[in-house]
Design a protein around this ligand. Structure first.
Ligand code: S3P
Length: 175
């Protein structure tokens, strides 16, 4: 097991959990969105606004294939990553895939507070956002559910719960 890919909807806590998991097992941590931002010297919002979503998906696919070659890495992906190109196959061939799953209401709480940095939701009201989350998660789950491991995070991933979640997740990883 050289790589672990964390997938799941925006706001579920892929980055927060990924960092802690990587530290605990001694792997490097890569956040795919940050990797993209570093390479292009632009925020995700700027890439969407200046180049459009389909170009973003192309870039995301290309850089996912790059990070899929890193050794001993925990990779947290973007919420849409598994749903474009053959990204799910790329990840499954390169390592273990983990779907971090939680309820739309929990995602809403987390996302509404920080929606400005996420281009797909930044202009939505709270009601519109809940509706969008429910519909979008339903569209994306056929991809997310292809993950080797489904990990239910329950409520919000709070700082105080993280160590427990990480230990539970480590238990579920192939030995
Ligand atoms: C997206 C999720 C974002 C980022 C981009 C698109 C999506 O990542 O890749 O804004 O399509 O769900 P996070 O899941 O880290 O917010």
């Amino acid at each position: 097991m050289k790589r672990i890919f964390l997938i799941g909807y925006m706001g579920v806590g892929k980055t927060t959990l990924g960092k802690e998991l990587a530290a605990k097992i001694g792997f490097q941590f890569i956040d795919l969105d940050h990797y993209i931002q570093g390479r292009y010297q632009k925020t995700i919002n700027e890439i969407f606004a200046e180049l459009g979503e389909s170009k973003f998906r192309e870039i995301e696919h290309k850089l996912l294939k790059e990070v899929a070659e890193f050794e001993d890495a925990v990779v947290s992906t973007g919420g849409g990553t598994p749903c474009f190109y053959d990204n799910m196959d790329v990840m499954k061939q390169a390592g273990v895939t983990v779907y971090l799953k939680t309820d739309p209401e929990v995602l809403l709480k987390r996302l509404f507070a920080g929606k400005d940095k996420r281009p797909l939701i930044k202009d939505k009201s709270e009601d519109e956002l809940l509706e969008f989350i429910i519909e979008n998660v339903a569209k994306r789950e056929p991809f997310y559910n292809q993950a080797q491991i489904v990990f239910e995070t329950g409520g919000l991933v709070q700082r105080s719960d993280i160590a427990g979640h990480v230990d539970k997740l480590i238990e579920m990883l192939p030995k």
